[in-house]
Ligand binder design. Structure first.
Ligand code: SAH
Length: 460
């Protein structure tokens, strides 16, 4: 970390701004907003600063900077267009151990002004450490759009009730859950729509209800998509940041895992083909147990939990045990890989339907309904098909599919490491073997694969 972000209490404290142009104006507006007593020192000032001086919002001293101007200041800002003056101010301030900011000269600063998203009392400060101010501002714009304007009021409401909630709800875990529900549910909505009285009534009522219940936790069965965290749903992200404990699979990428709440407990329950260190029954049981202890349990899976993910079995067990749960869909590998490989799964000219098929070999044979699979005008998508690729291709040809039917294999689709191999039912197994493709891979068979040449857009 190059810089440590701190929030500075400048209320009533003397701050010195050297310079009187537009650049100085931007900084001194922020200082005044923070309640500082601002001295502006400059031979000349612009109209806006003059007006502020006349209204006694700040004190103006009309003269060049002098050495002892900084004495006793809590913060000094140099914003003149004369580099040597800026440099002198910086050196003097540093010698006196006073924090100093020199506009647009990171090398002369001991503190920098961040981009601010202001929802007082909630504030978000963003800095790129002087490396990319435009990037920091873009991030700020995104956050501005994401965070409701009423956020500050919500924080103020929480501040008002903080002690009361603390005395009424003993357990810190329960208290955290209480506040999270306040911030995400109808109480927050009331605040955002300026219905503050109703918000307070609801909060009081909720506090009462809370005292009577001994809470059971909940399981969130969440699809983490094919790997790129940008492909998560908002809901998935929200629940990922709420969970107390996370049970996750091998297919969940580390980029996605990085978005899980930082202090959540992580439990790996991945299965590798042919080697099952944690059995499915074991996972089902763990999910129920954690939730019955009152925890919010995130069951995070690659892709979509209801597509070759055994999600159905997991929640069936929860239903039996009376554990509440919710399911959040994810982008399944077929959608993710097809999009990122430029292969539409259906197309008016080539395929009117699509099938998702498991290519996993059971006892070394593929027990599939081949007669249906060779029907024309459909796209076949095989999950878990890498080791069975050759058998799949051979079997399709043997049952009547043309040997030149286009086929693709997508390795680590929709991630930065994606590779796409194109061939047909005769050539693909060799192409893939030579390239030493590694799981996870997805096989797409059908005329739609022809479109890849024209539609591939993702460069990885
Ligand atoms: N529930 C998951 C599928 C789990 S089965 C989903 O909806 O996507 C595991 C198989 O999914 C893998 O063997 C592979 O065939 C496929 N798969 C998952 N992620 C993939 C990826 N990023 N690229 C290619 N195939 C993927």
């Amino acid at each position: 970390m190059d810089l440590l972000p701190l929030f500075h209490n400048l209320r009533g404290r003397r701050c010195v701004v050297v310079g009187g142009g537009d650049v100085a104006l931007r900084k001194l507006r922020q200082l005044i907003d923070a309640g500082a007593a601002v001295d502006v020192i400059a031979p000349d000032i612009n109209a806006a600063i003059r007006e502020m001086a006349e209204k006694h919002t700040l004190r103006y001293q009309q003269r060049p900077f002098a050495v002892d101007d900084i004495t006793g200041a809590a913060l000094v800002v140099a914003a003149t267009n004369d580099h040597s003056v800026n440099e002198q101010v910086s050196q003097l301030a540093q010698a006196a151990n006073i924090p100093v900011n020199v506009v647009d000269s990171p090398e002369l600063c001991t503190v920098v002004f961040p981009s601010i998203v202001d929802r007082s009392p909630v504030q978000i400060a963003i800095s790129s450490g002087g490396n990319a101010p435009v990037l920091a501002r873009m991030l700020r714009t995104r956050l501005e759009g994401l965070i409701p304007a009423g956020y500050g009021k919500l924080a103020a409401l929480a501040g008002k009730y903080r002690n009361k909630v603390k005395t009424r709800i003993d357990s810190s875990l329960a208290r955290k859950a209480f506040w999270e529900e306040v911030f995400e549910g109808d109480i927050a909505e009331f605040v955002y729509s300026e219905r503050l009285k109703e918000a307070e009534q609801r909060l009081e009522q909720k506090l009462k209800e809370q005292q009577d219940t001994n809470k059971v936790g909940e399981v969130y069965l969440v699809g983490g998509g094919p790997g790129d965290p940008d492909l998560l749903t908002f809901r998935a992200l929200r629940l990922m940041q709420k969970a107390d404990i996370v049970l996750y699979d091998r297919l969940v990428s580390k980029e996605v895992m990085a978005l899980v709440r930082r202090d959540a407990e992580l439990v790996y329950v991945g299965k590798t083909a042919g080697d099952h260190p944690v059995t499915q029954e074991n996972i089902n049981e763990k999910l129920a147990e954690y939730a019955l202890q009152g925890k919010r349990v995130l069951r995070l899976k690659g892709g979509d939990p209801f597509i070759f993910g055994r999600g159905g079995e997991e929640i069936a067990h929860l239903a039996e045990r009376g554990v509440p749960f919710q399911v959040v869909p994810g982008i399944t590998a077929a959608s993710g890989c097809a999009s990122y490989a430029g292969i539409p799964l259906t197309h008016r000219d080539y395929a009117q339907s699509v099938r998702f098929i498991t290519g996993h070999l059971k006892d070394h044979s593929l027990d599939l309904n081949w007669q249906d699979l060779v029907a024309p005008n459909q796209t076949l998508v095989f999950y878990m098909g890498l080791s069975g690729l050759e058998s799949i291709c051979k079997e399709l040809i043997a049952r009547g599919k043309s040997a030149t039917t286009p086929a693709a294999l997508v390795e680590k689709g929709a991630t930065a490491r994606q590779r796409v191999f194109i061939g047909d039912l005769t050539t693909l197994p060799d192409i893939v073997r030579k390239a030493e493709a590694k799981a996870p891979t997805l096989i797409i068979v059908g005329d739609v694969v022809k479109l890849h040449d024209q539609l591939a857009w993702f460069k990885g």
